[in-house]
Design a protein around this ligand. Structure first.
Ligand code: PLP
Length: 394
């Protein structure tokens, strides 16, 4: 009889969002008149920008035209989109060839699939609290996980350490859930560490578009030495509201070689075997993000979320509450007051202020004592939440 992948049995059930939904539903049933302010969501709320919508419409028309109809596209991405993304990197002084960019359906897909490149016995380092996919994808692939706890003391940005070594190193900057971002010198330490140990960094740049300070790199490829130790996984989900439209990209430098094997060439082989690529229509829509008009419109949407972040930061500053994130990220990671636990603070916010956050304990044990606020909601709700937070904690 066939043996299923036994590692699935090692996965911990994630009840985080189910528990939140249950508690919120119970509260709403008991208080039907209450207007809940949902600062827990990690999904965008603004629609796609006009430039993307126009490109999507045009691409649908192409598919109706005998002259312009597109069948299969190259598995690693349409040349027009790979060129647009590589050019976007070049505009930030990162030199990439078009074929170092791989178009994907999103960062989540890639975070798991990329493990195909490495030996099943390889280990993976995860800084916690963490986006749950790093741990779960590694468990499914049977990898040994090295957990590196982050804390308020290190600003949730731990340094590399010889005590926590692994073949693969997941880094997420700006981070979900903590909103903390590595500056250039902090990230350089990880690049140097990976090169010194022969490790590979899987750099999740899903929130790079939220960076506003020049001390913080948008891409790990900006750093000297990254081309010999890093793979960058990025997405238009949060940059351009593509969570439901689906498009991401992965950068694998030609110079990334281990044991005489080119990881770039292996990924070409992987993609040409396991996918027929992303739809023509979506790739056309995505390419509009990289036009001057698209960039301008995307930045307007990001500014809307950033307005929410600034409001919440001002409020937390007024109440003397410790937090990180918010400035270069769409999340604020807030320390629960008076030594409260994550769920205790969640209940207090729900019961007293009708605010829904995400308990930090749901992102790993060292998230206990913290709560995540998202800035993806409406201005009106965020303003009301700020007023209620000031009244509750001020
Ligand atoms: N990486 C991080 C850190 C995320 O927070 C998310 C989504 O919330 C993703 C990756 C997944 O992005 P995508 O929508 O491109 O799959």
């Amino acid at each position: 009889m066939i043996t299923p992948n036994r590692h699935y049995a090692e996965l911990k059930d994630s009840y985080l969002f189910t528990h939140i939904a249950e508690r919120v539903a119970a509260y709403q049933a008991a208080h039907p008149e209450a207007h809940l302010l949902r600062l827990g969501i990690g999904d965008v709320t603004l629609p796609l920008c006009d430039a993307v919508i126009a490109a999507l419409h045009q691409a649908v028309d192409d598919q109706a035209s005998p002259e312009r109809f597109q069948g299969y596209l190259p598995e690693c991405g349409a040349p027009f989109l790979r060129a647009a993304i590589a050019e976007h990197y070049r505009s930030r002084d990162v030199t990439l060839t078009d074929d170092e960019v791989f178009v994907s359906s999103g960062a989540s897909d890639e975070l798991g699939d990329i493990l195909d490149l490495f030996d099943p016995c390889s280990s993976a380092l995860v800084i916690e609290p963490a986006y749950p996919a790093y741990v779960d994808a590694s468990i499914i692939a049977g990898r040994r996980i090295v957990h590196l706890p982050a804390s308020r003391e290190d600003g949730f940005l731990p340094k590399p350490s010889n005590e926590a070594q692994a073949d693969l190193i997941y880094l997420c900057s700006p981070n979900n859930p903590t909103g903390a971002a590595f500056n250039r010198s902090q990230l350089q330490q990880w690049v140097d560490f990976a090169n010194a140990h022969g490790s590979i960094i899987l750099f999740d740049a899903a929130y790079e578009a939220f960076i506003e300070d020049s001390a913080f790199p948008h891409s790990i490829m900006e750093l000297p030495g990254a081309r010999t130790c890093a793979i960058e996984i990025c997405s238009l989900s949060k940059t351009a509201g593509f969570t439901g439209t689906r498009l991401g990209y992965t950068v694998i430098p030609q110079s990334l070689v281990r044991a005489g094997m080119s990881l770039h060439d292996m990924w070409v082989r992987n993609r040409t075997t396991k996918t027929n690529g992303v739809s023509y229509v979506i790739q056309r829509g995505a390419s509009a993000v990289f036009t001057p008009e698209g960039q301008q419109q995307v930045r307007e949407n990001l500014a809307y979320y950033k307005g929410n972040a600034q409001l919440l930061m001002r409020t937390l500053d007024q109440t003397g509450t410790w937090y990180c994130g918010g400035r270069n990220a769409p999340y604020l990671w807030v320390q629960c007051p008076d030594g409260m636990g994550s769920w205790e603070f969640f209940d207090l916010l729900l019961g007293e202020a009708q605010i829904v956050g995400t308990p930090g304990a749901g992102f790993g044990a060292c998230g206990e004592g913290y709560l995540r606020f998202s800035t993806f909601g409406s201005h009106a709700d965020t303003e009301e939440a700020a007023r209620r937070l000031l009244a509750l904690l001020g």
